[in-house]
Design a protein around this ligand. Structure first.
Ligand code: ADP
Length: 649
């Protein structure tokens, strides 16, 4: 096949521009990224060769090789791993398949200063393309294990790239960077210096389980085929022995005192493809019949695809130091899908499959322990590292709460690490335990209200009497809140109660005197006729009209009946494609409000007045608007209101 020229995909081109103009100040990380890719390629080949014994691949001396060439000003990173086919090169290297790329780029454009832009790039992690921070041309020669022909890819990062077939490529991938001339003067950025390479590998990639060797002088033949001007390679000199740069020590197998935080962080970055440090490092070991070691990390920020199907769980499984699989879903439940790390088990078979893992009793025990450990770490963060906990909760709280629904065994532990917005303190979140401590004398329930936004809940009529009486209400605005509240019956013996559902039991919270009871009775009798008439008049919209003590300022509000599905939950189910029956809600009236008492009088005077029906409609519409709901017929509401207003002028 002749040389073909391709254009970069739009997003890829934009990202490359940023790399070329180096918006990321720590350029050294390009090497970490290339090594990380090479290491993955070696892992893949090893797994593939176990699975497929007809695969015609060399697996005896899997390694990574780095070759700096001072005169040519090139740096080559080579692996003898799985390699890529021609199609894969175009697919994997020419496009950015990561979800959220477009969004990231939009946010980068908006980013005011360099630190903000750098933070975004760091969160995203730009693998292979980061080579363009230091190179003005990158070429890659690769041959997929088992295939006979290789592919050469080359680009300056501007516009497009070329792809051609090569006949004599060795198995695996070699990435050669033609380093930018301007970095030559600065010792700090001279990536052809063996000292520099050694230092970067030690700092970022020491734990890589494959040997990373440095060859400082290339064998002549190979060099000639890779760079055009190879005549400067002095003949006669013997190539020195390759030097292994990394210790290959599995960090998870070492005790914490032997490993620095930086080393842990680099392992995290290798696993997660994140460029920012994790929030927490969690170590876990088990000795005895089923021995394993584990290192888990809590990231400092949520990935862009936390809620998409593509987000896999980032825990890698090793067996006796040998990489087995990425994203081992058998080890972590979905609500902890943000946890990254490594689990190394001693007694599993090397060719264990995902299906077997799901069934394995030992794995299930291990998973249970990992979950407990993660939850207890979060609890401990909450107590001792509040700032970290706050960051964690902001980024992942929405996901953790899924566990309240899906992991009943750990429900209490999860409830204890949850934080909520509450009417008690506008600035700080509260825990349930603190809520319970603050509960008023005689208060039996933990009150909450769900809604679309904090403002909508704070301004909704349902809250009025609770505010007036000083009863604290939790404000729950994540979509998942609508769901879990139904699954959690109580906390420390206190039931959770929605203030927008069922009867308001405000009066029950305060012991009622005889007098108050008599007053209630009187009101009920007085309003009986109006309520019956309204119920009839609005029967297509509501299932009942009743009086309430929930309101102090508003004339009316709409509530969901005790056993019914809330409108928000109905919407959620529908969005997931599930059928839910439409259940009618209840209209509640404030018997102390002038509009309600006036309506009662008008109805008692002339029950046939056509204006009454319109007032009823307006009253109901207002109650919906006040809680932030949509009207069924907004145009009609507006028309009725305009007519009324006109009459007042
Ligand atoms: P990421 O590593 O985050 O997926 P990269 O842009 O670094 O993103 O690489 C894109 C893809 O190209 C990788 O997922 C991998 O499939 C392939 N790739 C990169 N480097 C190599 C390599 N040395 N050997 C085999 N495949 C590679």
């Amino acid at each position: 096949m002749p040389t073909e020229t391709f254009e970069f995909q739009v997003e890829a081109r934009q990202l490359l521009q940023m790399m070329i103009h180096s918006i990321y100040s720590n350029k050294d990380v390009f090497l970490r990224e290339l090594i990380s890719n090479a290491s993955d390629a070696l892992d893949k080949l090893r797994i593939e060769s176990l699975r497929d014994d007809s695969l015609n691949a060399e697996v005896d001396d899997l390694h990574i090789e780095i070759e700096p060439d001072r005169e040519a000003r090139t740096l080559t990173v080579r692996d003898n791993g799985i390699g890529m086919s021609r199609d894969e090169v175009v697919q994997l290297i020419g496009t950015i398949a990561k979800s959220g790329t477009a969004e990231l780029l939009a946010r980068l454009k908006e980013a005011k200063d360099e630190t903000a832009a750098e933070g975004l790039i760091g969160q995203f992690g730009v693998g292979f393309y980061s080579s363009f921070m230091v190179a003005d041309e990158v070429s890659l020669v690769t041959r997929k294990a088992g295939e006979s022909q290789g592919t050469r890819w080359s680009s300056t990062g501007e516009g497009g790239y070329t792809v051609e077939t090569v006949e004599d490529a060795p198995q695996g991938t070699a990435v050669t960077l033609r380093l930018k001339p301007e970095d030559a003067e600065d010792q700090l950025f001279d990536y052809t210096s063996p000292w520099k390479v050694r230092e970067i590998v030690k700092r970022y990639s020491d734990f890589i389980t494959w040997p990373i060797r440095m060859v400082t002088e290339a064998p002549k033949a190979e060099k000639a085929s890779e760079t055009e001007d190879a005549e400067d390679a002095e003949g006669g000199e013997k190539a020195p022995e390759p030097e292994t740069l990394n210790s290959m020590k599995a960090l998870w197998a070492r005790s914490r005192s032997e490993v620095s935080d930086e080393e842990y962080h680099e392992l995290y970055k290798h696993i997660s493809h994140d460029w920012t440090d994790p929030l927490e490092t969690i170590q876990l070991r088990a000795e005895g019949t089923f021995e394993y070691q584990s290192l888990l990390f809590l990231p400092a920020h949520a990935p862009h695809d936390l809620f998409s199907q593509a987000n896999k769980r980032g825990v890698q499984l090793y067996v006796k130091r040998v990489f087995i699989m990425d994203d081992c879903e058998a080890l972590v439940p979905e609500y902890l899908r943000f946890v990254k790390g490594v689990v190394d088990a001693q007694d599993l078979s090397l060719n264990v499959s995902r299906e077997i893992l799901q069934q394995d009793r030992q794995i299930q025990l291990m998973r249970r322990r990992l979950v407990k450990k993660v939850l207890s770490t979060i609890k401990e963060m909450m107590a001792n590292r509040e700032e970290n906990y706050t960051t964690f909760w902001r980024e992942f709280g929405r996901v953790v709460k899924e566990g309240l629904l899906n992991d009943p065994d750990n429900r209490d532990a999860i409830l204890r690490i949850c934080s909520f917005v509450s009417t008690h303190d506008k600035e700080r979140l509260t825990t349930l335990a603190r809520y319970v401590e603050r509960m008023k004398e005689g208060q039996k329930h933990i009150y909450y209200m769900t809604g679309e936004s904090r403002t909508a809940v704070e301004n909704s009529p349902h809250l009025e009497a609770f505010q007036a009486k000083g009863l604290e209400v939790l404000i729950l605005t994540d979509p998942v809140d609508e769901v879990w509240v139904g699954a959690v019956p109580e906390f420390e013996g206190k039931q959770l109660r929605s203030i927008a559902q069922g009867e308001a039991e405000l009066d029950a919270e305060e012991e009622q005197g005889e007098e108050a009871k008599a007053e209630k009775e009187r009101q009920r009798a007085e309003f009986a006729e109006l309520l019956t008439w309204l119920g009839e008049r609005l029967r297509d919209e509501v299932k009942e009209v009743r009086l309430t003590s929930r309101l102090t300022v508003s004339p009316a509000c709409v509530v969901t009946d005790a056993g019914d599905v809330t409108p928000a939950l109905q919407n959620l189910y529908r969005a997931m494609g599930q059928e839910v029956p439409q259940s009618k809600r209840i209209l509640e009236l404030n018997p102390e409000h002038g509009l309600v008492t006036g309506l009662r009088k008008a109805h008692a005077t002339d029950a046939d007045d056509p204006g009454l029906g319109e007032t009823a409609e307006l009253l109901y519409g207002m109650a919906l608007l006040a809680e932030g709901s949509q009207l069924a017929d907004p145009a009609r509401f507006a028309k009725l209101l305009a007519e009324r207003l006109e009459r007042t002028l």
